[in-house]
Design a protein around this ligand. Sequence first.
Ligand code: ADP
Ligand code: MG
Length: 697
Amino acid sequence: MDKTNALRDLHGVGEKLAAQLNEIGIHTITDLLLHLPFRYEDRTRLTPIGSVLPGQRVLINGKIEYSGVVFGRRRSLIVVLNDGTGLLYLRFFHFRQQQQHAYKAGGHLRCFGEVRAGYKGLEMVHPSCQRISERQLNDPPDGQLTPVYPSTAGLQQLRWLRLTEQALLLLEKNRLPVTELLPAAVRKQFELPMLKPALQQLHRPDASVDTAQLAAGRHPAQRRLILEELAAHQLAMKSLSRQLASLKAPVLNDETLQSKILKQLPYRLTAAQQRVIQEIDADLQNHSPMLRLLQGDVGSGKTVVAAMTIARAVASGWQAAIVAPTELLAEQHLRSMQGWFEPFEIEPVWLTGKLTVKARRVAMEKIRTGAAVVIGTHALMQPEVEFQRLGLVIVDEQHRFGVGQRLALRDKGMAEDSENADKHRPHQLIMTATPIPRTLAMTAYAGLSISIIDELPPGRTPVKTVAIAADRREAVLQRVAEACRNGRQAYWVCTLVEESDQLQAQAAEQTAEALQKALPDLSIGLIHGRLKARDKEQIMQRFRNAELSLLVATTVIEVGVDVPNASLMIIENAERLGLAQLHQLRGRVGRGATESSCVLLYQPPLGSMAKARLDTMRRTSDGFVIAEKDLELRGPGEVLGTRQTGLQQLKIADLTRDHELLDDAIDLAAALESSSTSAAKRLIKRWIGGAAVYGEV
Ligand code: ADP
Ligand code: MG
């Protein structure tokens, strides 16, 4: 018989249902089978009504003692069930006349639902019910656990049961293209059950199954599918890297400017900086585009690495662009790059959204006619910005950008190369201060090469961190004042849950006023996202020159601000911030040789998550430890910004739960690749389908 895979071939699937399923990523019957229950209900045992407790989900039987419609606050159908051990009320707010007839007194029902303490006694609201005859009261219930599927508005569990029932039947009859892709030897090596029985078991587990194992995601059938999925992702990434290698990029091999700038630096590069520069340099001399993630904790000195990379591109005759997520950070890069490049008569061009129309036109013209170094915000990614020969793109703090934006810049490519009609792709360096745990990097960023600066410049002292309840704010204030009077400089960070710039700015303004009133002898500055670029720059300049001793700020200073003399930071409402953000903020201090402190002011009582975050901050300043903890507390989707990464495309695997399986998955992928390329291809198609481009960031 013919194979099928179309949802519309299932009974009961029309255009509307198919569309609903598509929306949650189910396009084929195979996808439907890979849509696994997220929990199971035990309807395999009957519970005597006399022994049920509120909160339990149970299967009960009984004779209908009473049935009638009551008109209380809401009209409802009440059915009273008696099984000889006790009475239980069933309550239906939505019911049809038909149901009312079916549930007449004297009949018998078998019901499953959650028991709660009702007004008159124990009750179930909208249980699922089945009419039975008196004889059937003693029939053994279902031998299988009842699956509960993740669903979407308007799709009842019964629908899922009917759909998966049909899909499983087709699977049974070999009418689906769901075939075993893992060779017997590979299954044996990794101790994996076959695909078909694994799917059968997960959709319809026997009553004998180890439910705890199932709930933990550790059942062999689950392990089989998780490993298969993770291996598919590995294979997809490898295939993407191969595709990338087939694209063309400019060869950047002129080192003269690099060594000139290097000679002018007031410090020696750390060993880690030298190593990553070598790694990048090796890529830039290749014909294929570099796609490299540069991780380095806050303050590790990524900017000079970026400058070295740019110098190579520029000396080799290509344009280089650096894109920052905020104006403030872009300005800081501009200043750094000016310092490095202007001595060699290279004037960086500056483009942000806040330029005047005229300045913008001038900047765009310079970019179009080949300006060597271009610095800006996401405004650089707009389609009307044209480069003459873009050879290198550096994206700073990538977690602020979506994949789409990054693609936009990369796809600018460049004008046609004169000798060569092929379009070149620029090399790409993504810099992030958010350490990405190895587990995530391997899956979300596989296909990217990774360079890590794992060493801070010498002479740094660790930041002492304390958490203090807000009712001791006054004492903290006095300590800050004293430190400032002794020539130290401090940040006072205001946080708001609201994303709104305006509200944040207001809160910071009020705080600044209040602080100035309390400490009239201190010079206090204020910086927030609503200030004009020029005003922001002016305030930062005054803070840098130590004309201001206290800087009240919103989280705009989270990224990149570099004032080595600032050694004290107060973060208000620290309990509201995530670990990554706290770590970034704290990275603004501890950049000089004086001992720095960070005070996390919090509003008690602390929830358990908030407490765990603050404890982590007190215990460690290691960005990788913090990132791992963040992952543990929040889950991978959150850490990377789910929408940006394609991580949501994991159907079954859960990186928080399954990271121990990653090594096996990599081995499995390798084993599969060497045993059958066609199986590898089909595996990618099964799990990732047409979405395989997402890894190319
Ligand atoms: P980040 O990695 O957070 O972007 P930056 O590039 O802003 O870090 O560098 C942080 C500070 O460290 C800057 O003041 C920079 O001048 C300084 N710095 C960078 N590299 C070195 C080094 N090798 N030795 C001493 N100071 C350095
Ligand atoms: Mg930086």
